[in-house]
Design a protein around this ligand. Structure first.
Ligand code: CIZ
Length: 346
């Protein structure tokens, strides 16, 4: 299996839909004239993912978004995702201008972990190594020993466990419990969840599985344990996209934000994808699996921030430097893990 982590292979696109063509053209021109590149998350609207691909930007998970922005020579990064992703870009690239399409685009995990309460929690457990998910504010990252994304979390915790360390984990309790189950690490969990992944329903998913027995079930580990228990593959966005591409199944039931379908259909164009249900009988929507904050990104807003310079991310330098230590630790660890994998498969 390929170890490539994101999918920036040349992609053939058809004409832009009429209602998007002008905005797409405007953003392309602005990116060039402002020495900017577009770094987009898999959960954003497909028009944004497509534009990032067509302009040599990046469509990926938050770990690779951070890496890409760091390695790219553009002076301005436009980060289409949610606020913590823009902050991560700024933590790593203080010399660059980082713009995000909407400053209100937050994340329920970030909101569910205010820095003052989190600091008290950490101070009450000084014997534990503090590991935070990337879906947190810069201030919370600054209090942590490690930052992790879902694509590297299990490996980092396993590594810390092997060193005999006890963990304080925040903020996602479902991801925390999943990692705890896999690694057996001693983890004290903060109690927060992603509103989208938490809404997937095990009973309705089991019923859908019965209707579609040939479909493989792909589940993101921010989902509740009962949903994870029904999965054929559990993993980060990048892992689930790889599974869609590599598994022999021709259909899939997918429990994560439905923005991911753009990339899944691109890497597996002949396969069929179904959204995992987020509600049982009588609900007003069968699956509402799309983050309302990711949905705040649009081509028009990207054009607006490029034209005006609005929505620049600023981080207090003391906080940034602290947050950088924990973030850089993850990037260095991920690089070492990648080198080892390459050496192992060579
Ligand atoms: O790290 C990310 O990008 C998120 C939010 C999810 C994932 O699994 O990639």
């Amino acid at each position: 299996m390929s170890t490539s982590r994101n999918y920036r292979t040349p992609i053939r696109h058809h004409h832009w839909p009429e209602d998007q063509a002008m905005a797409a053209h405007r953003v392309k021109t602005l990116l060039k004239s402002h020495d900017a590149t577009l770094v987009a998350h898999y959960y954003t609207d497909e028009s944004i993912q497509r534009l990032a691909e067509e302009t040599g930007g990046c469509v990926s998970d938050s770990l690779d978004m951070a890496r890409f922005g760091h390695n790219h020579k553009a002076r301005t990064l436009v980060v289409a995702g949610v606020r913590f992703m823009g902050e991560t870009a700024k933590i790593l690239n203080p010399e660059k201008r980082v713009l995000i399409p909407d400053l209100e685009a937050t994340c329920s995990l970030d909101e569910g972990c205010p820095v003052d309460q989190f600091t008290k929690f950490c101070n009450a457990h000084p014997d534990r190594t503090v590991v935070v998910y990337a879906n947190t504010s810069a201030a919370v990252k600054a209090r942590a020993d490690w930052v992790v994304t879902s694509s590297i979390a299990v490996k980092v915790i396993q590594h810390l466990k092997d060193r005999g360390e006890k963990i304080l984990w925040a903020p996602d309790k479902h991801l925390g419990r999943y990692i705890q189950d896999i690694t057996g690490a001693d983890m004290l969990l903060w109690n927060s969840a992603c509103i989208i992944h938490e809404s997937f329903k095990a009973t309705a998913l089991a019923a859908l599985k019965k209707q579609k027995p040939e479909a493989a079930v792909l589940v993101h580990p921010e989902s509740p344990a009962e949903v994870i228990a029904l999965a054929d593959v559990v993993g980060s966005t990048t892992r689930l996209i790889q599974a869609a591409r590599d598994l022999p199944n021709t259909s899939f039931i997918v429990a994560t934000d439905n923005g991911i379908f753009y990339k899944m259909k691109q890497v597996a164009p002949d396969k069929t994808f179904f959204e995992a249900p987020t509600a049982g009988h009588g609900a007003t929507c069968e699956s509402c699996a799309h983050c309302p904050w990711m949905a705040m990104n649009s081509l028009d807003k990207i054009a607006h921030v490029l034209e005006t310079g609005d929505n620049e991310i600023h981080i207090d330098e003391g906080i940034r430097v602290q947050a950088l230590q924990a973030t850089q630790r993850m990037l260095d660890f991920a690089d070492r893990a990648r080198q080892q994998l390459i050496a192992h498969t060579a």
